[in-house]
Design a protein around this ligand. Sequence first.
Ligand SMILES: [Zn+2]
Length: 216
Amino acid sequence: MLCLTGTGCSPVPYSGASGASRNKISPSALMREVRLKVDMVPRGTHGRKVVRPMSPRYITIHSTQNQTAGAQQHSLALKRGALRATKRPGGNRIGYLIWHFTVDQGMAIQHMPTSEQGEHADFDGPGNRYSIGIEMCEERGSDLRATIERTAKLTAILMKKHGIPIRNVVPHYHWPRRGAHPANKDCPHFLMDNGRPSKKWRWFQSRVNDYYRRLE
Ligand SMILES: [Zn+2]
């Protein structure tokens, strides 16, 4: 028998029975596990000073590369307008960074509606125009595995809600940034192999898919 878990194999062979349906869960019950707090940047301010409608077709996964802040601190920074970027033609469109959700080991926070475009991926490219941006925190001492699982759950719920297929769940790497070097960012860096999506990314996709298949 093939054993992938590393913790010993069940002596009972897989029966093909309803393993998946046994663990079905409603989106609202899974959302309770995500522990989502909605704490929007006020409409008309900072990253939301220009409101640009969006019908999301993709979900873009990032990591913050900030070892000193969790979701709460990122939320406060966004609401203060502290995350500035240089506004330029073909570059950042509004002078601020903003994305939709930040996830850490204990909670997730929503910063803007999924019906509005953020500034988190590729300037004026399709990553910003059509994707929901999720940032994973990596503050020192935090449980990264817990953050990744929470992100997988939130991603599955958003896929279901917006009819987004798993192939459209992409790492920031997926979106080339015109004028940046390298064009394809090593992000989220802890799910890339040598700076590119490979084994670790496929593992993350499988975590998302596991939750997605369980949703009723
Ligand atoms: Zn990123």
